[in-house]
Design a protein around this ligand. Structure first.
Ligand code: SAM
Length: 269
């Protein structure tokens, strides 16, 4: 069926691709790909010879009209990114929106996605989470976002470029307050109370390196421990960082009995 197919591709291990994804990639008229050389490797591996057309954040707006025309002519257009799910911190959302506006079918072919893979194996709360993705490079918006994250009760998930990891760890001390002095006091108190936030670094998931056995792909500890461990020894490779939500607060939630008692007192006054 004609339409725009958003196909999930591996985030490391080439075997992580669905049968349906392979079938759609084979039968498409064109595959839009972020990096045609990179995608070429995947397609050659599966003997797929569908023509590729580059589609990345720098030519996205130029390409859109041409792609829409092809879709309106009834072609099957597939969009893939370098890794994972298109549109998730990758090009795709804008094209999907245009297609929706033009009543062109948009069909997801689900597959790998770093945020979901990391969360599912993290050991942190998966009921509710916030996917923050990449923080903006610098400035107040970056700081504001991080501070907002620190106050959220949900698990927070970040994509962190390797060269930004130390900066990220430094900045995450914002989670403990603003001024250095206050931060230090809060940090010590928080350690004493045991509410230093737990974090998980998921690195090079699904990739097969000699030194990267599956247990090594997940580092778990507190933010404080991560700083001690990694600040001067920057880990390499692709990283997804998860920080637990604000679970402990100093104000205790009253028990049912307490509530009833307090309500009773209020009513009797
Ligand atoms: N669209 C992709 C997805 O569905 O996850 C994300 C693309 S984004 C440009 C790339 C970022 O995803 C990396 O910087 C890293 O934070 C994360 N990532 C991708 N592959 C990963 C892997 N194998 N292990 C850990 N994180 C990964």
């Amino acid at each position: 069926k004609p339409g725009l197919y958003l196909v999930g591709t591996p985030i490391g291990n080439l075997e992580d691709i669905t049968l349906r994804a392979l079938r759609v990639l084979k039968s498409a008229d064109v595959i839009l790909s972020e990096d045609t050389r990179h995608s070429g490797k995947l397609l050659r591996h599966y003997n797929i010879r569908t023509p590729l057309l580059s589609y990345h954040k720098f030519n996205e707006s130029q390409r859109e009209q041409r792609v829409l025309r092809r879709l309106k002519e009834g072609e099957i257009v597939v969009l893939i990114s370098d890794a994972g799910t298109p549109g998730i911190s990758d090009p795709g959302a804008e094209l999907a929106k245009l297609c929706v506006d033009e009543n062109i079918p948009v069909i997801p072919i689900p597959g790998p996605c770093a945020v979901v893979a990391a969360l599912s194996a993290s050991g942190l709360d998966t009921d509710e989470f916030t996917f923050v993705g990449f923080l903006s490079k610098h400035g107040p918006s970056r700081r504001e976002r991080l501070t907002a994250s620190a106050n959220e009760a949900r698990t927070q998930i970040f994509y962190v470029p390797p060269h930004k990891f130390s900066q990220f760890l430094e900045e995450s001390s914002l989670l403990f307050g603003d001024s250095r002095y206050i931060r230090l006091i809060i940090f010590i108190v928080s350690l004493a109370l045991g509410w230093s936030k737990r974090c998980v670094m998921a690195r090079e998931m699904t990739k097969i390196h000699e030194e990267m056995s599956v247990p090594n792909q997940f580092w778990r500890g507190t933010l404080g421990e991560a700083k001690v461990r990694f600040l001067n020894q920057q880990p390499k490779g692709e990283m997804t960082l998860l920080i637990e939500g604000r679970t402990n607060c100093l104000v205790e939630t009253p028990s049912e009995d307490q509530l009833e008692h307090e309500l009773g007192e209020l009513i009797s006054r």
